[in-house]
Ligand binder design. Sequence first.
Ligand code: ZN
Ligand code: ZN
Length: 264
Amino acid sequence: MYLIDYHTHTRLSPDGHVPLAEMARAAEKAGLSELCVTDHYDRILEHGGFAPDYDWSPALEQFRTTAPAFEGKLQLRFGIEYGSAPFDPDYARRMLALPELDFVIGSLHNLSPELGGEDFFYFSYDSEETCRRVLDDYFASMLRLVELPETYDILGHIIYPLRYMPQEISLDPWWDSIDTVLRRVVETGRGIELNTYCGKTVAPWRPILERYRALGGELITVGSDAHFPERVGLGIPTAYDLLKDTGFRYVTTYHRHNPVPKPL
Ligand SMILES: [Zn+2]
Ligand SMILES: [Zn+2]
């Protein structure tokens, strides 16, 4: 089986820890065939306001010096997890025009600037009201993101804020928005990811996957969101089982933004 991990972070992410070589060695050890590095750039800072412009050089340098050592053993791809494209689309288009880039995850980690731009990570989700306010804003931003298909290949962790919320929070109020998001993803030739959150979140993806398939969705990546080498590949085999069970036949890899299907 051709196992991939298309969502991983190295020390070049503000919350990353180790160089790409260590993540790649871990991927080999975990039996993966392909690893895509997707370090973070968020256009909005953790507590709101625009981030400084991105300097690609350390990421390019890290990739160029690491990839040759893994040739023939592990396919490495060069990606990025880009956050908050809808809040400054021109910058996203400019930055993501880099020709060496294989793959872009389009993510939303922050409230919209209109609501202060705070990172979802920093809220305490102790009231239903807070959860509702965050999810209303989150899915409204996602509806803006899917109208900018030139800024991403794969829509990042659609159920992301749920990882910080109490388990009883239901997505019922947002299914209409999510269906619209998924429909636009399909219509614009983009895809989604199944983000296993280091193996902690696989089963909760089922309703998203079923709806996406029903709307004609085929392009899908899987990723662990690992920030440590020991978490690379976690949950990927279970994710493959769930994909097969929900009617997918392929997982998608990317080379210079071109989808390359791999049978499950
Ligand atoms: Zn993310
Ligand atoms: Zn991530």
